[in-house]
Design a protein around this ligand. Structure first.
Ligand SMILES: [Zn+2]
Length: 253
């Protein structure tokens, strides 16, 4: 993992070398600055870049196991259906829940926990907006969800996934004292954008042992997608486990 500080130091060294030894300094300066800027933006949008925050994106590929993860719920209708399907296929999963959804579905959160699935923190509001550059506001938002989950299921969550998978220095600062393990993904289903058939084909084609797969349990499409994906995974003898089991970590304090 190359840290942000290392990246900035490398940038400064390259700029000094350019200044000392190269002709057309202006052009090189603009080129290198653009390169740095692109790298910083790409890393902010790609949770597995590990530039701002260390995250876990994949499990061991020596065992035929994958982790299904669901973001943005719980949703009264969709999450309930998904829980039924998971039971039917003897699959365990991980739900990264938002506080605003939990407020409306506290019994459902208890049900997720009782059925043996893992629960992770996905912030209270799921809104970067004005929070984006304020570590204090982000921290409060995450703490509110942490408190709500604790009040509801009596467990102190250790798994965290930032909304949209976006990371940056304020987010890194906000989560510093939570003792979280940040969870990314190795296979993004794009169930929020693409048609069910496209999502199914993508997942079936790309899935590999050790994958952490990203779905959303606040989209009706996910139910249809999941039915086929579960059928496929079962036919290929994949174990469908919680992300904490896949990574051999603890989901709660
Ligand atoms: Zn989300």
């Amino acid at each position: 993992m190359i840290k942000l500080r290392t990246t900035i130091v490398l940038y400064i060294i390259v700029i000094i070398l350019v200044y000392l030894f190269l002709p057309w300094k202006g052009i090189f300066f603009i080129f290198i600055t653009l390169l740095l800027f692109t790298h910083l933006v790409y890393s902010a949008l790609s949770i597995c870049s590990n530039l701002y925050v260390k995250s876990r994106c994949k499990g061991n590929n020596s065992e035929k196991k994958i982790a299904l993860t669901f973001d943005d719920g719980p949703d009264a209708e969709i999450t309930s259906e998904i829980l039924g399907l998971l039971d039917q296929y003897n699959a365990k999963a991980t739900f990264f829940c938002t506080g605003k959804s939990i407020e409306k579905n506290r019994e459902l959160l208890k049900d997720i926990d009782k059925r043996g699935h893992a629960i992770g923190n996905h912030t209270y509001s799921h809104s970067y907006g004005k929070n984006m550059f304020s570590a204090k506001r982000l921290k409060d938002d995450i703490q509110n969800n942490q408190d709500l989950i604790y009040e509801t299921i009596g467990k102190k969550v250790k798994l965290f996934r930032p909304p949209f998978g976006v990371t940056n220095p304020p987010i890194a600062k906000a989560i510093k004292n939570f003792n979280f393990i940040v969870i990314g993904w190795s296979l993004r289903s794009f169930d929020t954008i693409h048609k069910p058939e496209q999502v199914i084909q993508k997942v079936i084609k790309k899935v590999k042992p050790g994958d952490i797969i990203l779905f959303h349990d606040n989209r009706l499409n996910t139910i249809e997608i999941l039915k086929t994906v579960l059928e496929f995974l079962q036919s290929k003898n994949y174990g469908m486990v919680r992300v904490d089991e896949l990574l051999n970590i603890a989901a709660y304090e």
